[in-house]
Design a protein around this ligand. Structure first.
Ligand code: SAH
Ligand code: SF4
Length: 399
């Protein structure tokens, strides 16, 4: 393990234990000549009790605490802003340096508490309906920065007492009254384009010495990075949501530009391969409802053809508009008709409720107010993204 070299002189930067899973902590302990169970103790203190000050870890020997204090830290990104919505949705804006910020959202519901985490500052996929896509790609988050969102949110929610979880009634699994019972990678960034750090954070989320979440309650949402879907299936299969958004390649090329690299047929094949390992026996397809772009009944019929090729559920997402997109949300009637068409064909279909819209915490609105200092800004100024939007076919006729 490489940490040994980095702790050999006192002036080295401290090792951030936030990003080390229990196996890595145990390895660090053995590098130091300490018993591996020290790693387990540390993991419980950090992730289960939310303690960052080594002096407060009272069952550790004093000399060991001193060594930790000189060589290590437990740090997450600092919070720039915190908002609480009328519906008790929480949103935190984390400073990840160099003018970049990422957002984390907590959505309390009767039967679960879901944390929506970010995996990258910005995103390279550049979907024209997504405000993160407009920022362009800034950088990957580290394991510590990803897991730090969960660490901080749990600490903050517990401390503030703003949310009291009702008892959980879940027919599929034992009651889980933890304040954060589910995690979804539906914040900023494409998680499968930051594979190693996302995998490290997943391992901590699932580990019984850290957060102990069930695989079924942790969901990766991807725009369809096919090779990495295969790797995830091998390395750490969790629930999978795939952002489909269009029922044919011509439209998906425009709405999810990654489709040009991994078109729909390849994506569906990868979904079926993933299901061999997945903790759930279906894939969730996300489908954003954009007025007169992808919400015709003819699109619904094409979508039925695709949905019949993969065991799946479809989650229709009403588009959350933001200033630059030039796109509009489908009307409630149109969403209803689209949904009915899918259901009549026997496809399990849900429509996502919009939460936290008074604090801009809805999907795709994240960090909309962050200073944009990226390549995408230049591209936009040069009219490239704008012209891509104009390419999207606008269907005038109404059903
Ligand atoms: N990059 C991943 C995960 C982050 S985006 C992905 O694309 O799946 C999470 C979800 O939010 C995706 O389904 C995405 O399509 C959706 N989303 C993005 N912008 C949105 C917007 N403006 N309104 C509603 N949903 C949006
Ligand atoms: Fe990236 Fe997902 Fe936004 Fe597309 S929808 S730009 S993949 S974060």
């Amino acid at each position: 393990m490489s940490h040994a070299q980095s702790v050999s002189i006192a002036t080295d930067p401290p090792i951030n234990l936030m990003g080390l899973d229990p196996v890595a902590l145990a390895a660090l302990m053995s590098e130091w000549g300490d018993k591996p169970f020290r790693g387990k103790q540390l993991s419980r203190w950090i992730h289960q009790r939310g303690v960052s000050n080594f002096q407060d870890m009272t069952d550790l020997a004093l000399a060991f605490r001193e060594r930790l204090t000189t060589r290590c830290e437990v740090a997450c990104s600092s919070v720039l802003a915190r908002h609480v919505s009328r519906d008790l949705t929480h949103k935190w804006l984390f400073d990840v340096g160099a003018g970049n910020a990422v957002e984390t959202v907590y959505i309390p519901e009767d039967d679960r508490g879901t944390l929506c985490v970010s995996s990258q500052a910005g995103c390279a996929v550049a979907c024209p309906f997504c405000s993160t896509g407009y920022q362009g790609f800034n950088r990957n988050l580290s394991v510590a920065e990803i897991i730090g969102q969960l660490w901080w949110a749990r600490h903050d929610l517990t401390q503030s007492g703003a949310v009291t979880r009702l008892s959980q009634v879940d027919s599929e699994s034992a009651p889980d009254q933890r304040i954060i019972s589910n995690v979804v990678f539906m914040g900023m960034g494409e998680p499968l384009l930051n594979y190693d750090a996302v995998l490290g954070s997943l391992r901590l989320m699932l580990d019984d010495l850290a957060y102990g979440l069930s695989r079924r309650r942790v969901t990766i949402s991807t725009s369809g990075v096919v090779p990495m879907m295969d790797r995830l299936g091998q390395d750490c299969p969790v629930a999978l949501a795939v952002s489909l958004h269009a029922p044919n390649d011509a439209l998906r090329d425009r709405l999810v530009p990654l489709n040009k690299k991994y078109p729909i047929a390849e994506l569906l094949a990868a979904c079926n391969r993933y299901l061999a390992h997945a903790p759930r026996d279906f894939i969730t397809f996300e489908y954003i409802m954009l007025d007169s772009v992808n919400d015709e009944l003819s699109h619904a019929r094409e979508l039925i053809d695709l949905a019949q090729q993969v065991p799946c559920k479809i989650n229709l997402i009403p588009f959350n508009p933001f200033a630059q997109s030039g796109l509009k949300r489908s009307s409630a009637n149109r969403v209803r008709a689209f949904s009915q068409c899918l259901q009549d064909a026997g496809i399990v279909t849900t429509v996502r409720k919009t939460r936290g819209d008074d604090i801009d915490a809805a999907c795709g609105q994240l960090a909309g107010d962050i200073q944009d200092r990226t390549r995408a800004k230049q591209r936009r100024e040069n009219g490239i993204i704008q012209s891509k939007l104009q390419d999207i076919p606008v269907v005038e006729s109404r059903q």
